[in-house]
Write a protein of this length. Structure first.
Ligand SMILES: C[S@@+](CC[C@H](N)C(=O)[O-])C[C@H]1O[C@@H](n2cnc3c(N)ncnc32)[C@H](O)[C@@H]1O
Length: 450
């Protein structure tokens, strides 16, 4: 009996291609199978872990004939750790799979007959690129690391090959803390130019008190901390911003889901009036501060205003992760921002409100919007957010997305609502994983037809 069950659950398949979510597609015995950690072209013996109707979720028991793009995953935690699910692929194959996943979503979900060609920018660093992380701590086992694949248990990770060196060092420092201190269940950390900001909730863990850090990107300075969102792969931010904003300029622009103002600042260099909308008050506080910093411009003013507050935040302890013997924030010499592309900064307001609520109130009263950028979380824009954008009717839309499936779902609504998809450019912000960032540029159809 047990043997018969095993026979049903274990089968030999060929992986046809990789799908959104990073799983391999295979077919056997009338079933559609989603196989994790697969490479396209693998011939493998798989076991079906879960069945739902005619769909099976499976894992590889044995690779019989490896795909030409399969490599030995370099990380010792691969397969156990839930973090990286593309390490079995050459980097070239990862990029190709991501472009194909986006194309597939545009075709299948957005229902675009002829999607534009997709270019993908490789990450300058396929390893040691990750400048933001959330670590899990299990006090009962003293494990510190990431969730085990498909579970809420913690995989103890001593060395994580995708972390920037400063975050790896912080992970090691936290591991030392676990010997004497209880850590919170989740720990957020982000690296900036001055060191690392670590959020340990309201627990008092010596040396880890979420200081403010900053990063210079494309001649702008952004301040942020571990308590709010900031992008993961800083090496790709300059080309990402350039692609998302392009040549846009004009009178009125809107930046939806603006976070700490990554796109708001460069947009404000080009438009007369800009509104940034973001629900997280900690993020909007930083966005206003970043704008204020840009407005003041001079090195001296900028340093004075922010230094004092940050010193008070972090007391006298050095920023975790700053190079040995060097101070953290307080001792860093900062450049001013004058003398770059332009000192011009349009009138900009940052509003702390949910995007749907703001659009409901303002879609009729803002005047003709030249440019709208949206960068929603992985779930994409809510239905009412898309309806609000259509009611606002911006001339150009730039949609920055970290999930090709929800992007395609929303593009379907935008193209049905009168927009043409002009370009799709991808950025490999998350090497070794199936995740990918995409910028889709749209323009209002009657605009083009004029
Ligand atoms: C992917 S992040 C982008 C942030 C920013 N554009 C950047 O690149 O740094 C998405 C942001 O949307 C915010 N957010 C999520 N749901 C929201 C909503 N319904 N209304 C407004 N902001 C929201 C989050 O707090 C987060 O800051």
């Amino acid at each position: 009996m047990q043997r018969a069950e095993e026979e049903v659950r274990t089968v030999e398949v060929t992986i046809e291609r990789l799908l959104p979510g990073g799983v391999g597609l295979a077919h056997a015995d009338g079933l559609t199978l989603f196989v994790s950690l697969a490479a396209p072209g693998d011939v493998a013996r798989i076991t079906i872990d879960r069945l739902s109707g005619k769909v099976g979720f499976a894992s590889i028991v044995e690779v019989i004939t490896p795909s030409p793009v399969r490599i030995a995953p370099p990380c010792p935690y691969f397969g156990l750790c839930g973090g990286c699910d593309f390490q079995q692929l050459t980097y070239e194959a990862q990029l190709q799979a991501k472009a194909e996943i986006i194309r597939d979503c545009l075709h299948r979900i957005a229902k675009l007959e002829t999607p534009p060609d997709i270019t993908i920018h490789a990450s300058p660093k396929p390893w040691q690129y990750r400048a933001r992380a959330t670590w899990q701590f299990d006090g009962s086992t003293n494990r510190l690391g990431y969730f085990i694949r498909g579970s809420n248990d913690v995989c103890d990770v001593e060395y994580c090959a995708v972390l920037v060196p400063e975050l790896q060092q912080t992970l090691e420092q936290l591991r030392q803390e676990t010997l004497s201190t209880q850590l919170p269940r989740h720990i957020d950390a982000v690296a900036g130019d001055e060191g690392v900001s670590v959020a340990v909730g309201n627990m008092n863990v010596a040396g880890f008190n979420s200081p403010v850090v900053s990063r210079r990107i494309a001649n702008e300075t952004y301040h942020f901390s571990a308590e709010g969102f900031f992008q993961i792969n800083h090496d790709l931010l300059e080309p990402l911003i350039a692609e998302a904003i392009g040549e846009a300029k004009g009178k009125i622009a809107v930046d939806l889901y603006c976070g700490v103002g990554l796109f708001t600042l460069p947009i404000a260099r080009r438009f007369e009036r800009v509104t940034g909308v973001e629900a997280n008050p900690k993020a909007t506080e930083f966005a206003r501060r970043n704008l204020e910093f840009a407005k003041r411009g001079s090195t001296q003013n900028g340093r004075d205003g922010i230094e004092s507050e940050t010193r008070a935040d972090r007391g006298s302890s050095p920023t975790p992760g700053s190079p040995a013997g060097q101070p953290g924030w307080g001792g860093t010499v900062r450049e001013g921002i004058r003398g770059n592309e332009s000192d011009y900064l349009g009138y900009t307001e940052i509003i702390t409100v949910r995007v749907g609520d703001w659009l409901k109130q303002h879609s009729g009263s803002l005047g003709p919007v030249d440019f709208l950028l949206l960068d929603p979380p992985r779930t994409g824009a809510e239905n009412k957010d898309v309806a609000g954008i259509l009611a606002l009717g911006p001339r150009q839309i730039s949609y920055v997305s970290c999930d090709p499936a929800t992007l395609a779902r929303d593009l379907k609504k935008l193209t049905a609502g009168g927009y043409s998809l002009d370009s799709v450019v991808a950025f490999d912000m998350f090497p070794q994983t199936h995740h990918v960032e995409t910028v889709a540029r749209l323009s209002r159809r009657q605009e083009k037809d004029l």
